[in-house]
Ligand binder design. Structure first.
Ligand code: NAP
Length: 252
């Protein structure tokens, strides 16, 4: 009997994480799902054809990453596919970013992925097999106004990916990032609402503004990001990359 490999997806309750968890399950992985919302995790688990484990929690809380991995390992064993997707974005002019917001942006978008990677790598090395995919952003490649904290965190995340990939090359463990433009998810709906509130634009115009950030003239579909994540999961020769899924916005 073949044993299904084990994947862990952070931020699996909605958006990109939701679609990715379902795709991994369809591909034969047992999938551990984490986010704060139990209700959303249960809904995603019900859409997965294979075995799932839901581990609700705030990934920025001290001890949360250790508890997440310990629970998954106790239930199933070593995680060999890790998708570092949980993230959050807020916007403010750089001089008005509060200490609290800076700490939160760095915490959820950079420190938590680092802690997960650090926790996952020894087990992956031991079995000589591991795929780590971080969901970064085109904000990992270039700066834009009003999102300095998010941009700093995502640049840091891509640096972590590149350095870890260089260090782990030849061990069977690959580390990559996907760098989406604006994706049609609840996070982007929140950005649309902020634009409406701050500028008085209509919802349609605010959505059109964000769609226009991609040269292809539309938002990215979460499935298109999941395609790139699955490519990294299925590609032992690809490591250290930051793959743009942004309709041509960033050419590097
Ligand atoms: N949407 C975009 O346009 C876009 C573009 C580029 C990159 N990205 C990146 O893609 C990733 C997913 O984005 P998305 O658009 O799918 O966002 P989303 O729809 O808001 O989903 C984010 C997920 O992360 C979880 N999460 C957030 N904070 C968390 C915390 N402290 N602890 C545990 N889980 C947490 C959320 O669940 P709970 O709130 O229930 O915890 C949710 O499941 C993020 O890293 C984001 O930065 C998004």
């Amino acid at each position: 009997m073949t044993v299904n490999p084990i994947a862990l997806v952070t931020g699996a309750g909605r958006g990109i994480g939701r679609v990715t968890a379902i795709r991994l399950s369809q591909a034969g992985y047992r999938v551990a799902l984490t986010a704060r919302s139990r209700r959303q995790l249960s809904e995603v688990a019900s859409q997965c054809p294979g075995e799932t484990l839901t581990v609700p929690g705030d990934i920025t809380e001290p001890g949360a990453v250790e508890a997440l991995f310990a629970t998954t390992e106790r239930q199933w064993g070593t995680v060999t596919a890790l998708v570092l997707n949980a993230g959050a974005a807020t916007s403010a002019p750089v001089t008005r970013i509060t200490d609290e917001d800076w700490r939160h942006q760095i915490g959820v978008n950079l420190t938590a992925p680092f802690e997960c990677l650090r926790r996952a790598v020894p087990g992956m090395r031991e079995v000589g097999d591991g795929r780590i995919v971080a969901v970064a952003s085109m904000a990992a490649k270039r700066g834009e106004p009003y999102i300095a904290a998010y941009t700093a965190a995502k640049h840091g995340l891509l640096g972590l990916v590149r350095s870890a990939a260089a260090e782990l090359a030849g061990t069977g463990v690959t580390v990559n990032a996907v760098c989406p433009g604006y994706v049609d998810t609840p996070m982007t709906e929140a950005s649309v609402a902020t634009i409406v509130a701050k500028t008085g634009k209509s919802t349609i115009d605010a959505r059109r503004l964000l769609a226009g950030k991609q040269p292809i003239g539309r938002l990215i579909d979460p499935d298109e990001v999941a395609d790139a994540i699955m490519f990294c999961v299925n590609s032992p020769a690809v490591t250290g990359q930051g793959i743009n899924i942004d309709g041509g916005a960033v050419q590097s």
